[in-house]
Design a protein around this ligand. Structure first.
Ligand code: HEC
Length: 97
């Protein structure tokens, strides 16, 4: 029994530090750095991860467009295309048939 208690105590102690460091890192890939920098300007980059289970390519496109038009994100077309390619590849789900 004793080793299990020790392990549990160690995990409890370690968790907050781990959450801090790894929570808000996007998957590596082309355009990933641009996305992290550009999309973190107004809100947590976690928004990308939190929404990823529902995001088909079309929804991602609408989402990036909304950030630019409705919320005024200063992102030019080239950068938007790069970000879109990245989020679809790394955090997109296939379109519904
Ligand atoms: C100019 C500020 C700004 C920038 C830059 C920005 N966003 Fe947003 N984003 C917002 C606002 C405002 C909301 C909605 C309010 C909230 O929930 O905080 C939002 C919400 C979201 C959401 C949650 C779903 C939704 O529509 O509310 C996602 C996903 C998202 N943004 C993705 C992105 C991505 C990807 C980028 C980079 C292309 C980006 N954002 C850049 C302002 C911005």
């Amino acid at each position: 029994m004793k080793p299990i208690y020790l392990l549990a105590a160690a995990l409890l102690w370690a968790t907050p530090a781990l959450a801090d460091e790894f929570d808000i890192v996007l998957k590596p890939g082309p355009g990933g750095d641009t996305t992290s920098v550009t999309c973190a300007a107004c809100h947590s980059i976690d928004y990308i991860k939190m929404n990823s289970p529902f995001m088909s390519p079309a929804i991602w496109k609408a989402e990036v467009t909304k950030m630019r038009t409705a919320f005024g994100a200063p992102i030019d077309q080239t950068t938007a295309d790069e970000i879109l390619g990245y989020v679809i590849a790394a955090y997109g789900v296939p379109a519904k048939p």
